[in-house]
Design a protein. Structure first.
Length: 89
């Protein structure tokens, strides 16, 4: 008799005619995978569209640091605010 739950398989591999099936049954329970509900991001929202622009590296780095330190929001929010302000004037 095998001591581990895979012992019977090991014995079966050695000699299928001599294998002894373990008396201990392994209970298999289905694994339920539940994903937490996450808020949709801008990339998957139909209200937003990707925009590619060219900016000097040092300008982007300085603006990103200053904006994120001051507000905690990302650069797309800054660009949105600036474009909205531009359209209003």
């Amino acid at each position: 008799m095998s001591e581990t739950r895979f012992g019977a398989l090991r014995e079966l591999r050695r000699d299928p005619r001599q294998a002894v099936v373990s008396e201990v049954a392994v209970q298999v329970t289905p694994r339920v995978v539940s994903s937490p509900v996450r808020a949709t991001g801008k990339s998957s929202s139909p209200d937003f569209e990707r925009l590619t622009i060219y900016v000097r590296k040092d300008t982007k780095k300085a603006a990103t640091r200053k904006w994120e330190d001051a507000t905690g929001r990302d650069m797309s929010d800054l660009v949105e605010d600036l474009l909205t302000h531009y359209l209003d004037t």
